[in-house]
Design a protein around this ligand. Structure first.
Ligand SMILES: [Zn+2]
Length: 310
């Protein structure tokens, strides 16, 4: 028979369970406060007034979004239903255009009267073909898919996927047939180098190879056409003036980063900024606030830049 003391012990939650519970409570509280801030930012009138003034000045915001995967939820994956809901929201609130159209407007020096959105994907995961493309088609939207050609139709893992030991082989890559079909359906296929390396850390010969060889491969497999380029990792330290020159020299019509907020009239097509909305853990309000200009990634980079100057 068990003593009373033992009975109490089994009924009481363990210290770990209690600390997990308090962590989850704290996490929920932080999430609620964040969502409240996003809500205030979105609906206090500031965004509406700013966008109205920008429109009058012909300098409306063109926001280029980037995703990685569509499917289950993780830090690089947006859930399919959520993606579909986001597309519906974009159509309702923004003019949805292709990257080529944005760059045409920039080249022609057009005024930007309406706020617009461009959808892009990085890397070349197969769910871009099986999940994203059908949802985009269903909504009548287009997108640019930037692929690292050395990973297409292979079982190679991206370096960022190898951080998680269980991720090996978990995310199949696109095939050349998928890409041919996507291009035939009107989607744009661009380069994300051959080996997904940071061009800010590579020597000049490697930079040239990554930029040129990926374009040659895309044009050989899919047919020659105007293509855009996306810098792997895409933060300031991954993009150098020399790398941009290589991109220009290879003949790409645009290059995109992975930071920096919105673009508008006067922006350089080889310096297009993007906003990350592909983190599946972001709340619905967080995604909307990021697109409207509340971009914590960009703020963090700005603070880092300021600190390094001090
Ligand atoms: Zn990438």
């Amino acid at each position: 028979m068990r003593s009373d003391g033992e009975m109490v012990k089994t009924l009481e939650p363990s210290a770990t369970a209690r600390s997990n519970e308090s962590l989850s409570l704290r996490w929920r509280l932080v999430a609620s406060i964040k969502n409240l801030l996003f809500f205030i930012y979105l609906y206090c009138g500031y965004v509406q007034l700013r966008d109205f003034i920008l429109s009058l000045a012909g300098r409306s915001r063109a926001v280029v979004l980037y995703y990685h995967r569509i499917g289950a939820t993780d830090v690089l994956t947006t859930q399919s239903e959520e993606f579909s809901r986001q597309l519906h929201y974009f159509k309702k609130r923004y003019e949805c255009i292709s990257l080529a159209e944005l760059c045409r407007r920039l080249r022609e020096g057009q005024t930007f009267r309406r706020r617009s959105i461009v959808i892009t994907f990085d890397d070349g995961y197969r769910d871009n073909f099986t999940q994203a493309a059908p949802l985009l088609k269903e909504k009548g939207l287009t997108a640019t898919f930037f692929v690292s050609t050395g990973f297409i139709e292979t079982e190679r893992d991206f370096p960022h996927d190898l951080r998680d030991q269980n991720a090996s082989g978990r995310f199949p890559k696109l095939t050349w047939d998928d890409l041919r079909q996507m291009e035939a359906e009107g989607f744009e296929i661009g380069s994300h180098t051959v080996n997904h390396i940071s061009l800010g850390k590579a020597d000049s010969v490697t930079v040239e190879q990554e930029v040129y060889d990926s374009l040659v491969r895309l044009n050989r497999e899919l047919g020659p056409r105007e293509r855009a380029f996306s810098f792997p990792w895409g933060k300031p330290e991954d993009i150098t003036a020399d790398a941009i020159e290589s991109v220009r020299g290879a003949g790409y019509y645009a290059a995109v980063s992975a930071y920096g907020g919105a673009n508008t009239r006067g922006a350089n097509a080889l310096g297009i900024r993007r906003v990350d909305v592909g983190n599946g853990h972001l709340s619905r309000l967080a995604v909307r606030a990021r697109i409207a200009g509340f971009d914590p990634d960009y703020l963090r980079l700005k603070i880092r830049g300021l600190k390094s100057r001090i």
